[in-house]
Ligand binder design. Structure first.
Ligand code: GLU
Length: 902
């Protein structure tokens, strides 16, 4: 068993490098400054030579040539020297000019040529293998990154035409319907400030920078592929977010080991180039990978096809027989390197390669994800990690908070002009930001937005104004006020979770209190009903009168003791009918009642009618007298839309105006066209202006306003009120620039405040406690109490009616008295004056309930017994029943007639 194993090991060793010569020459051509490339090349060769597993016998021998990047002639000569010595491959150079000479020589002699340089226009050469990512694939990675970062508009800064090749996928992916992108070229020289200023003036905050590494430090210290080599110390705590790609991970053990050896090599060669994992260029790492790839392929191929090198002259037509095959072996190798997995397509392009996504944070650049050809962008940081990093980064930041004046969100502190900095202002917004800053640990400076507007998009210029503009121009990090979260604003900026919920409603003046009406007891029924009732009363009286005449059962014997009366009488003469009807209507009744079915039916119906009418009247009277009547003319937005007398408007450029403008609902559309066409204009610059207009408008102007602001106003201005409910439902949020990394953190803080009841406390503080809030609540409660008591003003009319009734009765009594006196004077054959004196004397005596009949001529009348109806009233108006008697108004018919009738 041991013997077999030994044989196998021997055989294996023999099989690994069966035909390779002891020394395999490989060429390296470098520019005079490419020390790091040379170092990597040498170190890789040393490593391979030391790896006896890989290379058990023989060794690689590096032939290094230094050539000037522009000297093609020298390069050609050096390459030919190398080929004459018999090289198995040539690595480098990194200059485009000299590289093409090497390419063509290698192609002619069929010697593998390995490159590590960025080649914007790669030509297909059968013996060439470039380990640098293929430009189009790199361009695709950039495109994927922009898509993942959701950049809509951005500016591309490129240095030269090579950069445009890198960016071609990005440019191609941007359709004509999308936001415009700007492409600018870096100027000559070192001063790029004019260009950067122009970009800043265009309020662009997203920049894609494509330039050489040494320029990045000058231009915002941004970078792409080699971002990790830039000294970014001065940007760590700034307001710039830098994202980039890298092929080499400075944290990887393989790179750190490699760099450690390079540093050793540096000492050995006596040159110091200060190489460290963070300063390794991609090209250097690629050179390391290229040599290892070559060595692996060489060993692999040698297993099946023994290889030996040939001394080839550039002038002869001879080629290296193994060249093509070796290149093909390299193409199909799939192995890890310092620059990720090395894979090629059939044309030798490095298409499928991994890239790390790196972002700048407090600790420098950190890996946040990776890109690969197949799956695109993959972020590897968890949400919690992201949040922690963001929270940490917030500690040293000072945010510029843009806001606008508007009570109670932000107000100038009194006395004005005596405070500086944040102390100049106070209000809900200030308190809220203060609470958020305490949670997240940032500092803040409040600044007022210059135009004082919320933020609306001009459809013509496509430009934003107000707070949104401040954020877009990067003049502010946060924007807060009563800023509504709307769809269009959400396209331009980011919003946190809403800190307040609201809807649009109507602010209007309260109805002016009507002075109590003397005749308010008439109010429960309308004038029409009063007239109808009077008519009904008369009608029923007449019907009763007619029916009573028709029916025989209402005709009675006036002298029940006389079984054979000559006359029959009825009580239902017209006056009695009216008395009966009014008695019922007043719920009092009277002392005679109908007997016949027909008249009883009339009476029943009338009683029913009066029952309902009187109960309705009583119920309504209670409501009318206790509840303050409001002269409400509008109760909803529909009511407003229906009329044109009361004007209405909203804040110009605000979300309320936007709601009506963009609404599909016909009522709101009508309201919008009314508002737009109204002259003088109905729009207000701010809520305060609209409120003033309502309060001075004498119910001629209503203001469409957000419910939270209405709540605040009606707490202090008791003449104003909210009319109707909410037309929509939305919220106020804190705005941040688009894709702001702080959104989640600030949102989280807002939620925390909400859950802890802090937001509610702040609202109570600024709405109800400060600035005269709660004033109108007291007024409301006291007015409710007084509503239950009725003053003379409410019921005075009833007294008036009573007094007038009394007066009228007195007048009638006087007339009756005078009429009777006149009759007495005639009967007594005395003068009217004497009779009047006599009668008055009796009246003024004021005692005695009997009245003597003095005149012999006077007819006997039962009326005399009635106690003071009238002296000598032989034809007194009332019979024994107290009913108007036959001689005056009662109706008597002869019995014959009565019998005939029967
Ligand atoms: N809150 C509104 C906005 O953000 C302004 C006031 C309004 O339109 O009623 O635009």
């Amino acid at each position: 068993m041991k013997i077999y194993l030994f044989i196998f090991v021997l055989y294996g060793a023999f099989e690994l490098t069966p035909g390779l010569p002891d020394v395999v020459h490989i060429g390296g051509i470098f520019g005079p400054d490419d020390y790091d490339l040379e170092l990597a090349f040498r170190y890789a060769v040393d490593r391979i030579n030391m790896d006896r597993n890989l290379f058990p016998r023989g060794r690689l021998n590096p032939l290094i040539e230094k050539v000037s990047p522009s000297d093609s002639f020298q390069t050609a000569k050096r390459v030919c020297n190398m080929t004459e010595q018999g090289v198995a491959a040539i690595f480098g150079p990194s200059s485009r000019l000299t590289s093409s000479i090497v390419q063509s020589t290698c192609d002619t002699l069929e010697i593998p040529h390995l490159e590590t340089r960025w080649d914007p226009k790669p030509h297909h050469r059968s013996c060439l293998l470039n380990l640098h990512p293929y430009p189009q694939s790199y361009s695709r990675a950039l495109k994927d990154l922009l898509k993942a970062m959701q950049w809509k508009s951005f500016t591309i800064i490129y240095e030269n035409n090579e950069g445009l090749v890198r960016l071609q996928e990005v440019l191609k992916a941007h359709g004509p319907s999308e936001y415009p992108i700007t492409v600018r070229q870096l100027g000559e020289g070192h001063d790029h400030r004019p260009l950067l200023k122009q970009i800043q003036a265009s309020s662009e905050s997203h920049i894609l920078l494509d330039c050489s590494v040494d320029k990045i430090a000058e231009i915002l210290r941004q970078a792409k592929e080699d971002l990790h080599t830039v000294d970014v110390e001065e940007f760590r705590f700034g307001r710039t977010n830098i994202t980039g790609f890298r092929m080499v991970d400075p944290q990887s053990t393989s790179l750190q080991n490699a760099v450690h050896d390079w540093q050793y090599e540096e000492v050995r060669f006596g040159r110091r180039i200060n190489i460290s994992p963070n300063t390794v260029r991609t090209e250097t790492a690629l050179m390391h990978d290229a040599v290892h790839l070559f060595a692996r392929a060489l060993v692999e191929m040698d297993r099946s096809h023994p290889i030996n090198t040939s001394h080839l002259s550039c002038d002869a037509a001879e080629k290296w027989e193994h060249g093509y095959k070796l290149i093909n072996y390299m193409k199909f190798m799939d192995r890890p390197g310092l620059t990720g997995h090395i894979r090629f397509d059939v044309y030798g392009k490095r298409v499928d390669f991994p890239l790390d996504i790196i972002e700048l944070d407090r600790d420098g650049f950190v890996k946040t994800g990776f890109w690969d050809y197949r799956s695109g962008i993959n972020y590897t940081r968890t949400e919690t990690e992201k949040l922690t990093i963001i929270s940490e980064s917030l500690q040293n930041k000072t945010f510029i908070v843009s806001s606008r004046l508007g009570a109670p969100y932000l107000m100038e502190r009194e006395p004005k002009g005596t405070f500086t900095g944040n102390d100049r202002y106070e209000g809900y917004s200030m308190d809220l930001i203060d609470e958020v800053s305490k949670i997240l640990g940032f500092k803040y400076v409040f600044e007022l937005v210059p135009d004082g507007r919320y933020g609306s998009l001009d459809p013509k210029t496509k430009k934003w104004d107000g707070l949104v503009k401040q954020l877009l121009e990067k003049k502010a990090d946060l924007a807060i006020c009563d800023l509504t979260i709307t769809y269009s604003r959400e396209q331009a900026v980011d919003f946190t979770m809403p800190f307040m919920n609201l809807g649009i409603s109507i602010l209007y003046s309260k109805p002016v209190k009507q002075p109590p009406n003397l005749f308010s007891f008439l109010s429960p029924l309308s004038v029409d009903v009063w007239i109808y009732m009077a008519t009904a009363y008369l009608g029923v009286s007449v019907v009763l009168f007619v029916l009573a005449r028709l029916t025989p059962y209402e005709w009675n014997n006036p002298h029940p003791c006389n079984p054979d009366p000559e006359e029959l009488e009825t009580q239902f003469n017209l006056l009695n009918c009216m008395w009966f009807a009014i008695g019922s209507l007043m719920q009092q009744g009277c002392d005679f009642l109908p007997k016949a079915v027909s008249t009883r039916m009339v009476a029943g119906m009338w009683w029913f009618f009066t029952l309902i009418m009187i109960s309705s009247y009583t119920a309504n009277l209670a409501a009318f007298l206790t509840v303050e009547r409001m002269d409400v003319t509008i109760e909803s937005a529909e009511d407003l839309a229906k009329q044109t007398k009361i004007k209405y408007g909203a804040v110009e450029g605000g979300s309320t105006a936007g709601f009506f403008k963009d609404s599909n609902f016909s009522t709101y559309q009508r309201m919008w066209s009314f508002m737009e066409s109204a002259r003088p204009p109905v729009f207000a610059k701010a809520n305060s202006e609209g409120v003033e207009r309502v309060s001075k408008g004498k119910r001629g102007y209503a203001f469409l306003m957000e419910s939270t602001s209405i709540e605040y106003v009606v707490e202090k201005q008791c003449d104003l009120t909210q009319v109707g409910g909410l037309l929509d439902s939305k919220g106020y949020g804190i705005a941040l620039p688009l894709n702001s990394p702080y959104r989640t953190a600030v949102s989280g803080a807002v939620l925390k405040l909400q859950e802890g009841g802090k937001l509610h406390m702040l609202k109570t503080k600024w709405w109800k406690e400060k600035q005269g809030g709660g004033l109108c609540k007291e007024e409301k409660s006291s007015s409710v109490e007084s509503a239950n008591e009725l003053g003379l003003a409410n019921v005075g009319g009833v007294f008036v009616v009573l007094i007038s009734g009394m007066g009228a009765a007195a007048v009638v009594a006087v007339l009756e008295f005078l009429w009777n006196t006149k009759k007495v004077a005639v009967e007594d054959r005395t003068t009217f004056k004497a009779a009047l004196q006599e009668e008055l004397r009796f009246v003024l005596k004021c005692h005695g309930s009997t009245k003597p009949i003095q005149k012999a001529g006077a007819k006997e009348d039962s009326g005399g017994k009635s106690g003071g109806t009238g002296r000598g009233n032989s034809q007194g108006p009332y019979d024994k029943y107290g009913v108007v008697n036959k001689s005056s108004k009662s109706i008597v018919i002869p019995q014959a007639e009565y019998l005939n009738k029967k």
